[in-house]
Ligand binder design. Structure first.
Ligand SMILES: CCCCCCCCCC/C=C\CCCCCCC/C=C/C(=O)SCCNC(=O)CCNC(=O)[C@H](O)C(C)(C)COP(=O)(O)OP(=O)(O)OC[C@H]1O[C@@H](n2cnc3c(N)ncnc32)[C@H](O)[C@@H]1OP(=O)(O)O
Ligand SMILES: Cc1cc2nc3c(=O)[nH]c(=O)nc-3n(C[C@H](O)[C@H](O)[C@H](O)COP(=O)(O)OP(=O)(O)OC[C@H]3O[C@@H](n4cnc5c(N)ncnc54)[C@H](O)[C@@H]3O)c2cc1C
Length: 627
């Protein structure tokens, strides 16, 4: 029924102030106000329609994305939106586009690795979108191993230029978003060669296409790498391939904050760690962690609302069947994901703080916290994206058959999100970085160096203090176990940041109690999942393990009446969710029925192809039957 809130009874059960929880989720009253305003702006504008996305053929889909990106830029300028508002607009438009790489990687790379002079030259052009850039690092044969890149940038002292070249097929740049069809420029990573000596990988600004007619410049071969997983989803992005045939660029287009090449061809290293060349990746990993809670909460919102609408079995005396959300099995799959969405929100806030702190220290030439920042961004990126990708798929299953329909919103959400486990660092490769950091810490504890920050706890573990280990010995052999240790370390960070959040003043009736329950669900469900490890290492007795499980079930019951209100607190509009199963009013069945008839296949009663391919079969059967 139109206009009726089918979830109204559920909402009445809430034991906390939902408006106050919205503020906690948004981060502040101000953030909530901006979110509300920009979300409405997008939802009310038919130019941002997205319900047809999974039906469009690639070329049409891509053109549509170009139109939306241009329109979004026009609105940002017309309405004089601030950077914060513009980035919210991007969030609510909810469509991956070349602009993500322009704003999210090209500009940060120039800011992080360019000299002041280079920033003065390139940033104003990029900010006005008079040039459009991408981040061209990965190659056909090399992704995770950045030091293994093959593209070369050879200094020519006669002309004061670098010659950018792709010496082999495997050196072709492959994957960069925005590269395939749109970018005019790329921050390109290549091996710096001076006088035959290889100085390793550095970043260079290279123009790819003419600013007049958009054609590739001489020596450049560029195009899109083809369709990716899922309908709609990441196919709005032009991930590209790029080859250089001795392309010349002026010397001052090497990004020279970390190291420089002089007019005479001398290589000079600044007094900063070479890892700053990887700085853009650290920035984006931190952004990805913040985003994980958004994607997971979307899926959880859909699955929770639908689980309250859906009924199966358990009818008493002809009454209604049981809401599937009341089954403990459903709760044990759904509520830990609900708790994870909140947990990732808070750890994302903390990571943003950590990143800002590290950047301020770098300005003052204090590089001491860089290794921890790298380990935290890499590890949390890996943990949160893996849990979120798996969580979206679990939410699809929680919605039964209807979750498989594109109109549930879940298939596209999964398809667009799952590459986050790979891009910006394969999740296992990143966990190995964390493991290396942990092993290094252990090796230093023995020498009396007290660990601080997120690894401070290691200094309090008795047997680690006795440990005398070498970072590399046995590392490869034990790497699968070390990856598990790295995940456990990251989980500890998430849990401790959730607990720290609870120690803050949190206004709003019942809000803190709900967050305490969710925090309990988060760590107890982890404890339950890994109880074998805890029992094997005698950190828990079987009795304690059983008690923890009892407590977990009790918390599910505590959260159950609040479940709908807890997902309402995410404050997502129906436009943003783009899911019939996740509709705010729970009016699922009539809308599913209505949507089916809008499918292009139902435009005609007799489908295209019937007369060519079906009718002849039927005729043949009639003929055979008569015989
Ligand atoms: C006003 C209008 C506004 C409009 C608004 C629009 C807003 C839109 C904004 C959108 C914003 C953001 C979204 C961005 C979009 C995101 C889309 C993502 C697309 C994807 C992009 C990519 O994938 S880019 C390519 C990413 N590639 C990788 O991640 C490669 C992974 N590999 C590596 O990082 C390295 O190779 C690896 C670390 C694995 C190994 O490196 P190597 O040099 O070989 O190092 P090691 O020998 O192992 O280590 C040496 C020491 O260095 C330390 N270390 C390594 N990395 C780092 C680092 N990053 N930082 C600091 N330190 C590091 C390492 O620990 C070792 O230390 P030790 O002390 O010697 O042990
Ligand atoms: C949608 C999407 C967008 C992207 N956008 C960009 C972009 O804008 N710019 C850009 O430069 N790149 C981009 N990339 C590329 C991306 O960064 C790489 O794909 C990523 O870094 C992983 O590298 P790889 O593909 O080489 O994987 P590989 O390293 O080849 O991984 C393959 C397998 O090997 C394993 N493996 C690799 N090394 C080790 C090891 N040392 N020990 C144990 N196991 C290992 C991995 O765990 C994985 O299972 C994008 C990729 C995708 C999918």
């Amino acid at each position: 029924m139109e206009g009726v809130d089918h979830l109204a009874d559920e909402r009445k059960k809430a034991e906390f102030n939902v408006e106050a929880m919205k503020i906690v989720w948004a981060g502040s009253q101000h953030n909530l106000e901006v979110s509300n305003r920009i979300s409405k702006l997008v939802a009310d504008d038919p130019a941002f329609r997205k319900d047809d996305r999974t039906m469009l053929p690639r070329k049409e889909l891509f053109k549509n994305t170009l139109r939306k990106a241009a329109y979004a830029w026009k609105r940002i300028n017309e309405l004089r939106l601030s950077e914060e508002e513009a980035s919210k607009l991007r969030f609510y438009v909810d469509e991956t586009a070349y602009t993500d790489l322009h704003w999210g990687m090209f500009i940060p790379a120039i800011k992080g690795q360019g000299t002041d002079e280079q920033q003065r030259k390139w940033l104003p052009l990029a900010y006005k979108m008079q040039i459009i850039g991408c981040y061209a690092q990965t190659e056909l044969g090399h992704g995770s191993n950045v030091q293994g890149l093959e593209t070369t940038a050879t200094f020519d002292p006669h002309t004061d230029e670098f010659v950018i070249h792709s010496p082999t097929l495997t050196s072709s740049k492959w994957w960069p978003g925005g590269l395939g069809k749109v970018s005019t420029h790329a921050v390109t990573y290549a091996r710096l060669i001076i006088d035959g000596k290889d100085h390793g990988v550095h970043g260079f600004i290279v123009q790819l296409r003419s600013l007049e007619d958009h054609r590739p410049l001489p020596g450049i071969t560029v195009g899109d790498i083809g369709m990716k997983f899922g309908n709609g989803a990441y196919n709005t992005m032009d991930n590209g391939v790029l080859r250089f045939d001795h392309v010349r660029i002026p010397r001052n287009q090497m990004l020279m904050k970390v190291s420089q090449v002089t007019r005479e061809g001398k290589y000079k290293q600044s007094d900063v760690p070479r890892q700053l060349v990887y700085g853009t990746m650290v920035y984006v990993r931190q952004r990805i962690v913040a985003d994980a809670s958004c994607y997971l909460s979307r899926a959880v919102c859909i699955a929770t609302r639908y689980s309250a609408v859906r009924r199966q079995f358990g009818s008493q005396n002809g009454g209604p069947e049981t809401q599937v959300i009341d089954y403990k099995t459903q709760q044990s799959r759904l509520f830990p994901l609900l708790a994870s969405a909140y947990a990732f929100r808070f750890v994302g806030e903390w990571l943003e703080w950590l990143y800002t702190d590290v950047m301020q220290r770098l300005q003052a030439n204090d590089f001491s916290t860089l290794p921890e920042a790298h380990a935290c961004t890499a590890g949390l990126k890996s943990l949160t994206t893996s849990v979120t990708a798996d969580g979206i798929e679990e939410c699809r299953k929680l919605c039964g058959g209807h979750g498989y329909l594109c109109t549930s919103g879940l298939p596209e959400l999964f398809a667009v999100y799952v590459p986050a486990c790979t891009y910006e660092g394969d999740n296992i490769v990143l966990l190995l970085q964390v493991a290396r950091f942990l092993m290094k810490t252990v090796s230093q504890i023995g020498t009396g160096k007290q660990p601080v920050g997120t690894i401070a706890y290691m200094g309090r573990i008795e047997h680690l203090m006795q440990c005398r280990c070498n970072v590399q010995r046995g590392f490869a052999e034990l790497s699968a176990d070390l990856v598990e240790a790295a995940v456990a370390h990251c989980q500890l960070i998430v849990v401790s940041k959730f607990i720290e959040k609870l120690q803050q003043d949190i206004p709003g009736e019942g809000v803190k109690q709900q967050l305490e329950a969710l925090c309990g669900i988060y760590y107890l469900s982890l404890l339950h999942k890994h109880q074998g490890d805890f029992l094997a290492t005698s950190y828990l007795t079987p009795k304690q393990s059983a008690l923890a499980n009892d407590q977990l079930r009790a918390l599910y019951s505590k959260v159950r009446p609040n479940a709908i209100a807890l997902v309402d607190a995410f404050n997502y509009s129906d436009h943003f969710l783009s899911s019939i199963l996740g509709r705010y009013d729970g009016n699922v069945y009539p809308k599913l029925y209505e949507a089916a008839w809008k499918d292009p296949l139902n435009e005609s009663v007799v489908p295209d192809g019937y007369h060519e391919y079906v009718r002849p079969l039927l005729k043949q059967q009639l003929h055979t039957a008569r015989l």
